[in-house]
Ligand binder design. Structure first.
Ligand SMILES: NC(=O)c1ccc[n+]([C@@H]2O[C@H](COP(=O)([O-])OP(=O)(O)OC[C@H]3O[C@@H](n4cnc5c(N)ncnc54)[C@H](OP(=O)(O)O)[C@@H]3O)[C@@H](O)[C@H]2O)c1
Length: 299
């Protein structure tokens, strides 16, 4: 059985859905059931569910909010993973911990590999980098999966924001000088379920891996793809104006290059991510044809 913390988030909900579709036994725990920074609550959850594998999909993910609430972000993104790793070590089980492209500073020319040095440039990234370290230090049986630019039918994300804005605006201004791979939380969930049996069966299999959708674009390219997929159904086709990061000031700095090299994951687990456009188009169509689906599930 797989126990997921962060069960009400984008990835948590997609894991729940993907497991149900595949008849995989999975329990999704919400923050109200177990706060990952609370050792007693985590121990009680492990005792109750007796999982073979734990997935940490819980995190403080408000990148700008983390600048002014760094202690709160650290509690979820550093202390939480440390507590989970210690509980898994005690129980002798493996942990899949989700991390982020924001551990890098974005200055590399080319896609980041797992062996590249981390150098976060914002508070969220600092907390996530510290969380990774806590997991490595505490638990041998871990897989840290770094991903990027997650979106889903559930929760709040860039794709849903663009769809909403496209309903009312004739022009969207979108940053065109940050590069990354829009990644479907559904595809990431499927990848986690794909590797789960091996993580359960092979105690020595551990390490850090990158998993994003294939190929890369900018936020502007991502927005263009969303609007193009929605337009034939919604009739809304606003102009999408490319702007520079400097024209869209935010509290947190963002890396200009978020591209992650996923070849180690492909080699190790034999699963190749699909080109990013495929899932963006599918998710957009699902949302515009059945918008109430997403609204019913907003966390
Ligand atoms: N979103 C992205 O673009 C992105 C990019 C790269 C990596 N990631 C990583 O991918 C993972 C999944 O992200 P996501 O987008 O699915 O996140 P999300 O939708 O924001 O969901 C995060 C979940 O974590 C829960 N949570 C927060 N603090 C908690 C705590 N102390 N104890 C227990 N649960 C807690 C939240 O519960 P409440 O709703 O009750 O607060 C929510 O269910 C995270 O590790 C994130 O850092 C995300």
């Amino acid at each position: 059985m797989i126990l997921v913390f962060g069960g009400t988030g984008q990835l948590g909900r997609e894991l729940f859905r993907a497991a149900a579709e595949r008849h995989v036994a999975l329990q999704a725990s919400a923050r109200t059931e177990a706060d990952i920074a609370d050792a007693a609550a985590v121990a009680a959850a492990l005792k109750r569910w007796q999982p073979d594998l734990v997935v940490n999909a819980a995190a403080y993910t408000n990148v700008d909010g983390a600048e002014s609430h760094e202690a709160e972000a650290r509690r979820a993104n550093e202390l939480g993973p440390a507590v989970l790793a210690a509980a898994c070590a005690e129980a002798g089980i493996a942990l899949v911990h989700i991390s982020t492209d924001y551990v890098f500073d974005g200055s590399k020319d080319g896609a980041y590999r797992e062996s590249d040095a981390v150098h976060p440039i914002n508070a969220y990234g600092r907390g996530k980098a510290a969380g990774e370290e806590a997991v490595r230090r505490t638990l041998d049986r871990h897989v840290i999966l770094r991903t990027a630019w997650l979106y889903s039918e559930f929760g709040r994300n860039f794709l849903k924001t663009m769809l909403q804005l496209a309903q009312t605006r004739d022009e969207l201004r979108v940053v065109a000088d940050q590069h990354g791979s829009p990644t479907s939380a559904r595809e990431l969930a499927e990848a986690i379920l794909h590797i789960a049996p091996r993580l359960i069966a092979e105690p020595r299999l551990s390490g850090t891996y990158h998993f994003t959708a294939g190929g890369a674009t900018t936020w502007h390219g991502f927005a263009e793809c969303i609007v193009a997929a929605a337009a034939p159904i919604t009739g809304r086709n606003p102009r999408i104006k490319p702007i520079a990061t400097a024209d869209f000031p935010t509290s947190a700095k963002r890396p200009a290059n978020s591209r992650l090299d996923c070849s180690l994951f492909v080699q190790t687990f034999g699963l190749k991510p699909r080109p990013w456009r495929e899932a963006v188009q599918a998710t957009t169509r699902a949302l515009v044809t059945a918008p109430q689906l997403a609204e019913n599930h907003v966390a």
